[in-house]
Design a protein around this ligand. Sequence first.
Ligand code: ZN
Ligand code: ZN
Length: 268
Amino acid sequence: MTTSEGTGRLLQIFWDWLRHQNLLRSPFFPVFFSLTVYLSCCLPYVCLDLLCSRLTLVRRFKLQPLSGVTWAMAWRCLRKTLHNHICFIFPISVVHWYWRPVFSPAPAPELLTVVKDVLACLLLFDMQYFLWHLLHHKVPWLYHFFHKEHHVYTATFSLTTENTGAWETLSLSFFAALNPALLGCHPLTELFFFVTNMYLSVEAHSGYEFPWSPCRLVPFGLYGGARHHDLHHLKFKVNYAPYFTHWDRLLGTLQGTQGKLRDTLKRS
Ligand SMILES: [Zn+2]
Ligand SMILES: [Zn+2]
């Protein structure tokens, strides 16, 4: 058996197990899954925030080493996340569940198709959020009413990812749900995209850059990640794309290439 056949078999076993779980067909699943994945992605960074003031080793990787996270800040963000999930995501996902019952075909997708589809969904999401984000910074009343909440903190920490108002939460959830449907993705691919998108979004807000961070692994500065998004929260008028750098590069709004953030901070 070749490696690709082995991986394909593993995917099929995992998909067979998953589609026989009643939870997947429950109207509670989307909100439960969204909260569980989000909090699981944040947890390691919350632990690092706790260690950061005590350990120089951790502080070395912090993008704004002088910034700290208090319990009050963490609780404020967490409260917002819970409020948005209970008041908006849950009712909408119930309506979605009613109108479009969960479709679960027997065959699992091929690994290469999963990778290609997840990447295509990410690139589409990156473009949609870039346009949404640019518009909500350029039009003052849109910024004031719909995006300002997300800019309460000028130094990012993981829990600021979902510190967003209702309109921003719904817009981003809509883009995330739309893309797999537009591209006709397999439900398992949709789940993988959701987890990847959530992880990258939390990573972009983590406030840390490690040697294994995505921006260090993707070559040619094609990926911005935490450093770029932290700079957006600090400067407001740069780095509007959430993940990749090509849109900001094209529109001349890219700032903060590797190793430059501290210099920028010193100059400001
Ligand atoms: Zn912004
Ligand atoms: Zn942000």
